[in-house]
Ligand binder design. Sequence first.
Ligand SMILES: [Zn+2]
Length: 182
Amino acid sequence: MQKIPYTEMLKARKRRDARYDGRFYIGIRTMKTYCLPSCKAKLALEKNLVFFSTKEEAISAGYRSCKRCLAGQFPNTYPLWLEILLTYLKDKISEKITEDQLVQIANVDISTIRRHFKSLYGLTPISYHRKLRLMYAKELIEKGVEFKEIPSCCGFKSISGFRTAFIKEFGHSPGEINSASF
Ligand SMILES: [Zn+2]
């Protein structure tokens, strides 16, 4: 791999440029941790930075992976917090959730959460969750669960709100699944 000039690495870090993730790692001398260029943690002073071309280099110099950007797991697209969030979203299939709840669970800022969902699913986390809930609703309808039960089972307050969201997601009304009166 071509060596990236020092000034370019420094600029990439200052911009928190994710395009450089995996191309080099940044150790912080005072913490003995190493980060991805896109890490959202507070920028360390330049004099405390040490640049590595690979994770292995960082590790053999005695640095540990940063807990925030999880540099050690790169390029695994599934940081631990994401796995936790995905499980949480499945568990909350009967509730409408907010971005604040996600931030609290993941302990990561919302823009990082959104970025990961966007790259994995092309959706915001809230839209992703709505889709899960609607797919669950579809399953329930197919199983013959009573219609008036369905919106509350999948986190919708009203039948009309549910119906609108369903049509938007699947392009037809819920009733068309088994000719019911939705
Ligand atoms: Zn970091």
